[in-house]
Write a protein that binds this ligand. Structure first.
Ligand SMILES: [Zn+2]
Length: 201
């Protein structure tokens, strides 16, 4: 069971690591520009091989230990150095790869509201899934828990998809992600995320 420190106890986060997630350190990270406020959350979807769930290859990709000969699709991933702060599996298990105080490498070339380089001021959450496919109810519940914890600790103002910050080249999390459902799940526990905005479905 993930530990759940009471809000405001000061123990839920340590140096950008959330106690509600299992830590798996990725080497793919960098410093955020000094003084940057973390105001954006970017949601993604990923599964390796695409559409196959429950394996360890996403963890391997984010820790540079993926065997790129193990599947034809992986040839395109050779030498890729990527990461996200969090990976939320379809059974609700949550892994954290990078401290939220650091910059993870998830958004690539991106911009939001005219500001480029979203990795600098965002937190990246990968949902185990495939563009166009639906996500699991427990993923919405765990995602809402995580967003609440993030909003208590960082000045998060908006949650968007990778498809919104890189619309010319990315489609995730895709039409299978139900933004209205996430909004409903978040509304159940006001007021923590009252100011938080989601894209209109
Ligand atoms: Zn993505």
């Amino acid at each position: 069971m993930p530990s759940r420190a009471p809000p405001g106890s000061g123990t839920a986060w340590q140096h950008g690591w959330w106690r509600g997630a299992k830590p798996r350190a990725s080497p793919n990270l960098g410093a955020r520009p000094q003084g940057t406020a973390i105001t954006l959350v970017i949601l993604h979807s990923i599964s390796l091989p695409p559409g196959t769930y429950g394996g360890a290859d996403v963890e391997r990709l984010f820790t540079n230990t993926l065997d790129c000969d193990a599947h034809p699709f992986y040839d395109a991933l050779r030498g890729l150095e990527v990461s996200a702060h969090f990976f939320l599996r379809r059974d609700g298990e949550l892994l954290q790869f990078v401290s939220c105080d650091e910059r993870a490498w998830h958004a690539g070339r991106s911009q939001w509201r005219g500001r480029a380089g979203c990795n600098d001021w965002s937190i990246g959450i990968e949902l185990e899934g495939l563009e166009g496919q639906a996500f699991e109810p427990i993923q919405y519940r765990r995602l809402a828990e995580l967003l609440r914890a993030l909003a208590r600790h960082y000045p998060i103002a908006e949650v968007v998809g990778h498809e919104h910050v890189a619309p010319d080249r990315k489609r995730d999390p895709g039409p299978g992600f139900d933004w209205a459902r996430l909004a409903r799940t978040l509304r159940r526990r006001r007021p923590v995320l009252a100011p938080l905005a989601l894209p209109r479905p």
